[in-house]
Write a protein that binds this ligand. Structure first.
Ligand code: NAD
Ligand code: SER
Length: 324
């Protein structure tokens, strides 16, 4: 039976990953942890939750000794836009936090999933069909920590035989938990603003193209990779992953098919625009497809329809605290 620790479990990915893993492996076998409590946490229904600051080795050791973990999903991190505002914090959390969790995994014999990002690329990377193995000279602190993190995970695998695995996620789009301060957050905000106000002011230019993915595909990808036969993996960490790519103007047009009155306007934030301009237009994810069978379900059309339906139900009928 698996025993899983999720760090950063209250965030955009962790909150939905916790639900999926609890469904798959049993509530008691998945320990969610973060430096903040989930707003709807119900200790009777939700399974174990630990306050765990990944910068504090005492917190980590205590959790490792309390539970006999065999797998860690390490999601605690500072995202790109917050990372540019607070580069010191991004370096601390993304580097020392990762190092501490890799060390814990080494000492307690755990497999580790660590997400990297399209932010691990920079202006000198080929922008269209970005290859799996290519130039990585990012311009942001977030990107610097993501490249270093990819290398550190490879190092722990080669040097200590640790079962490290990971992907480079594009912008993730979801409706259950607010995003944590990334450059791709517009693609989440636009849906709720379209439903609530029929209007959205976008902080990126109309023609800024980036890779994106709907959260159900991201969750499935993480679990599939961690369950993949290691003999099939040539790469282990930082698999390029994508499901769709679009610009703000294109996603606005797609939303208009469902909400004809919807209007988008633009008020460009130079910091986030510069970050987005330094990232790829779209990735080549053939290594993930070939090595462990990655195949997303949702394209832009399917995602938009599904998300608008689910989000309008959520807005009309705010959910009661649910078990995770
Ligand atoms: P998020 O910001 O929504 O959540 C991160 C969580 O980490 C937060 O709940 C925060 O409280 C927690 N945290 C911060 N500092 C911590 C610390 N010292 N100890 C423990 N927890 C701490 O982020 P997310 O979107 O869920 O991203 C998770 C991971 O996936 C990150 O590594 C991120 O770079 C990566 N990723 C996310 C996206 C995306 O679009 N969401 C895309 C690419 C990669
Ligand atoms: N969504 C993330 C960000 O914008 C990509 O890593 O920071």
């Amino acid at each position: 039976m698996k025993k899983i620790l999720i760090t950063g479990a209250v965030g955009q990915i962790g909150s939905e990953l916790a639900t999926a893993l609890k469904k798959r492996y049993g509530k008691e076998n998945v320990v969610a942890s973060d430096i903040r409590m989930p707003s709807d946490f119900n200790p009777r229904n939700d399974g174990p939750f630990e306050f765990l600051d990944c910068l504090d080795p005492h917190h980590i050791t205590r959790a490792m000794q309390m539970y006999n973990f065999d797998t860690i999903y390490h999601l605690a991190a500072i995202l790109s836009a917050v990372g540019e505002a607070k580069p010191n914090l991004a370096w601390q959390v993304n580097m020392y936090g990762l190092y501490n969790m890799l060390e814990a995994a080494r000492q307690y014999h755990c497999a580790v999933f660590v997400p990297s990002s399209i932010g691990a690329f920079g202006k000198s990377t080929p922008k269209d069909g970005t290859p799996q193995d290519t130039v990585q000279r990012p311009d942001t602190m977030y990107g610097v920590t993501k490249v270093a993190g990819e290398l550190l995970c490879d190092y722990y695998h080669k040097r200590f035989g640790l079962d490290t695995r990971g992907v480079r996620f594009p912008g993730l789009i979801s409706y259950q938990t607010e995003p944590g301060g990334g450059t791709t957050d517009y693609a989440v905000e636009i849906f709720s603003e379209a439903l609530k106000h029929k209007k959205y002011t976008c902080y990126l230019n109309a023609d800024t193209r980036m890779d994106m993915m709907y959260m159900p595909d991201a969750i499935k990808g993480m679990i599939d990779l961690m369950e993949a036969d290691p003999d099939g993996l040539i790469h282990r960490n930082a698999f390029n992953l994508t499901a769709m790519n679009f610009t703000p103007a294109e996603i606005a047009d797609e939303i208009k098919k469902h909400i004809p009155e919807f209007e988008i306007e633009y008020n460009v934030d130079p910091v986030r625009q510069a970050i987005a301009d330094s990232w790829p237009n779209y990735l080549d994810d053939s290594a993930a497809r070939n090595e462990w069978g990655w195949k997303p379900t949702f394209d832009m059309e399917m995602m938009t329809k599904d998300l608008l339906e689910k989000l309008s139900q959520k807005i009309e009928k705010p959910q009661k605290p649910k078990s995770r």
